[in-house]
Write a protein that binds this ligand. Structure first.
Ligand code: CA
Ligand code: CA
Length: 294
């Protein structure tokens, strides 16, 4: 009898202990930030960062019982659709190419939205509050909700998703590399002097462009940019030793698609045997003497 009472007491203790620990887990929401946002650039969004975006673009939706507030999906996408993270402008040309906004919940559920459907559409909101309070960890039906939930006029099953901890722009397709860059500049000069070289190219999708210049003397510019498609840029270089060098240049776009190389041969120094001022003077006078002789 006594052992039975002790046994029940232990079971009671274990049950209470389990409930206490599970209550602690469910009331502690702090573990779900940062949320990963991955596109052309990537950011781990902190809670306060997301709240600052909501300050800029707050959009709310009421389901009759509750008011949910956050920002439209396309505004979230705009934070990683350029090379610079948190460039608030929406990359329309990228959206016109088409991609999918993939939302992943911490429980593994995935919802994919075509950017063509959600662009400039307030029917799809990523919300972080309900009735001005933080989201609960779970919906009344036991589905994940905190930290971010997809809500709005156009959100129906099976697109409903909460507990969003990863947002990705995927399927950015049909991309082409930039065209082979052109390069112009002095082909002859003196070693030790610095000469500017001008280069430019365009990208079929008007993506921003990076340039890489190999100066032919064991040094290079590394990836240089990004610059707008079609803009002319210049870099100066100084060859320290006499010789003939082959400058090589290539370009890549924001998707890391690389062009082929272009080349330009330069000679440092000028060939003194041919181009010295004395020889130039003799050649000029030889031509004059020849014409007089005739
Ligand atoms: Ca942007
Ligand atoms: Ca491109």
């Amino acid at each position: 009898m006594k052992s039975k009472i002790i046994f029940i007491f232990i079971i009671l203790l274990l049950t209470i202990g389990y409930n206490v620990s599970s209550i602690n887990m469910h009331t502690s929401n702090s573990g779900d930030w940062p949320v990963d946002l991955i596109g052309i650039s990537s950011i781990s969004i902190s809670k306060s960062q997301f709240e600052s975006w909501v300050d800029a673009y707050e959009t709310c939706w009421t389901d009759g019982d509750h008011t949910w507030c956050g920002i439209p999906v396309w505004r979230v996408a705009s934070m990683v659709d350029d090379l610079e993270p948190e460039d608030y402008t929406f990359n329309e040309s990228l959206a016109n190419q088409g991609y999918v906004v993939k939302l992943t919940s911490w429980d593994g559920w995935v919802t994919e939205l075509q950017i063509a459907t959600v662009a400039h559409n307030s029917g799809y909101l990523i919300v972080n509050t309900i009735d001005e309070e933080e989201l609960p960890e779970f919906t009344p039906r036991g589905r994940p909700s905190y930290p971010l939930h997809l809500r709005g006029d156009d959100v129906f099953s099976p697109n409903t998703i909460g507990g969003i901890t990863k947002i990705e722009l995927v399927g950015i397709t049909d991309n082409n590399p930039p065209n082979i860059p052109e390069i112009q500049g002095q082909k002859n000069g003196k070693s030790g002097n610095s000469y500017p070289y001008y280069f430019s190219t365009t990208d079929p999708e008007e993506n921003n462009i990076f340039y890489y210049i190999d100066w032919g003397d064991g040094t290079n510019s590394d990836w240089y940019g990004p610059y707008k498609s079609g803009d002319e840029k210049s870099l100066s270089h100084n060859w320290l030793s006499d010789g003939t060098y082959t400058i090589k240049i290539k370009a890549k776009d924001t998707f890391d698609e690389e062009s082929d190389w272009n080349t330009l041969e330069v000679t440092m120094p000028k060939n003194k045997g041919l181009y010295s001022p004395l020889l130039h003077w003799i050649m000029q006078h030889f031509v004059i003497l020849k014409s007089i002789w005739k």
